[in-house]
Design a protein around this ligand. Structure first.
Ligand SMILES: [Zn+2]
Length: 387
């Protein structure tokens, strides 16, 4: 196997059953491939009480500036019932030009393309002058506390300074060339409790029904949009995710009602300002009539955007050069490790087609893996040797 062949690299990575937090040989494989190509590599393990230890890999080639960092994860979500897959989820089988396996698109195929592109580039341009790095974690699909966030702090403490980062998550909805992510929404979860007084449904004047109070509060939260959206973001969205009374009896007014909501918010808000706005709306709706509490879960997901500029344009041009499509600049989707990277350098996300991520029969077109490698190579060429 040649390490410049991204499909062979992707197959080998899929054959490591690296379900979070198991490393299962995936990072060791990346380390070996990078070390053979002349990268200085380091394996770093982080621990936090109450969460599993997680292995990570940092690698760098070159000592000069500018420094372009590739980031990604080699852990995968569980395959579920392997019998429902057309091929064993960890076999890395190619059928009709499609590579099947857990992680094929999210994101071992993307990691393989980054590795192959960087190795091809440093082999062809040994004196390129800048630095290319890899920041690979085994903790993206899990709690994400012992992965990228700590690895970035570790690198910073060693004096590593990055100029730009590409995170290879699967950003394209249908076709390579659809979409680059230049930011992500934040996420805030709130837990709402309304207190009442239990009693007989036929004697409501002797009770206080918390369900009615909860309906009033939820209605207030859903009544008005949180904002109208911003230059790069859709309007923030609040979704009610639970409404629990847990009352087995139809003739009893319950004592308490609980509800949970999650807000995916844009750059109008910080978690604290958004929480304050929610509290204001709840207080206005409750008046003196509803006794309630709201508690917000801690969040490390703030909204961010990498403003379009030279770097974003460079990546967009490279994608268009190989796919014939001008990728849209988007901030849609869930959170990703980019929310940590943005505190260290401008970051964009671009990778494979994500249609089958986390699904049974996760897969990636072989031709997409090869084209993504060519795109990354073009980015490297134009980044380090602008014409
Ligand atoms: Zn992923």
């Amino acid at each position: 196997m040649t390490s410049a062949d991204p499909v062979a690299l992707a197959e080998a990575l899929i054959r490591c059953p690296s379900v979070t937090p198991d490393e299962a040989g995936a990072l060791a494989f990346c380390e070996k491939v990078l070390a053979e190509a002349g990268f200085a590599t380091e394996r770093v393990t982080f621990s936090t009480p109450g969460t599993p230890d997680v292995e990570n890999l940092y690698a760098r080639c070159g000592t000069g500036a500018p420094y372009l960092l590739f980031a990604g994860h080699t852990d995968v979500v569980p395959p579920g019932d392997a019998g429902r897959w057309r091929h064993d989820p960890f076999s890395g089988t190619i059928e009709d030009g499609v590579l099947y396996g857990r992680g094929a698109c999210d994101m071992k195929g993307g990691v393989a393309a980054m590795l192959a592109a960087a190795i091809r580039f440093v082999m062809a341009n040994p004196g390129f002058g800048g630095s290319i790095g890899f920041l690979l974690t085994g903790d993206e699909e899990g709690p994400a506390v012992n992965g990228t966030v700590k690895l970035l702090e570790w690198a910073k403490a060693r004096g590593e300074r990055f100029d730009h980062c590409i995170l290879g998550e699967p950003t394209n909805p249908k076709h390579l060339g659809d979409m680059i992510k230049i930011g992500r929404r934040g996420s805030l979860t709130g837990h709402l409790t309304v207190h009442g007084r239990q009693g007989h449904v036929a004697y409501p004047h002797l009770a206080d029904n918390p369900v009615h109070g909860m309906v009033r509060l939820i209605s207030a939260l859903l009544a008005e949009p949180l904002d109208a959206g911003t230059a790069h973001f859709a309007p923030s969205n609040l979704e009610m995710t639970t409404f629990d009374v847990g009352n087995p009896a139809s003739n009893v007014i319950p004592a308490e009602a609980r509800a949970t909501f999650n807000i995916r918010f844009n750059d109008t808000w910080l978690p604290a300002t958004l929480a304050a706005e929610i509290e204001r709306r709840l207080a206005a709706a409750a008046g003196n009539a509803v006794r309630y509490e709201v508690a917000f879960a801690p969040t490390n997901a703030t909204a961010f955007v990498t403003e379009p500029g030279d770097f974003v344009t460079l990546v967009q041009d490279a994608v268009e050069a190989h796919t014939g499509r001008r990728p849209a600049l988007s901030t849609t989707g869930g959170t990703s490790d980019a929310r940590f990277i943005k505190d260290h350098c401008p970051v964009i996300e671009y990778g494979l087609v994500g249609e089958t991520m986390h699904q049974v029969d996760e897969c990636a077109r072989v031709s997409d893996i090869e084209a993504l490698t060519a795109i990354y190579e073009t980015v490297l060429g134009r980044y380090f040797m602008p014409s």
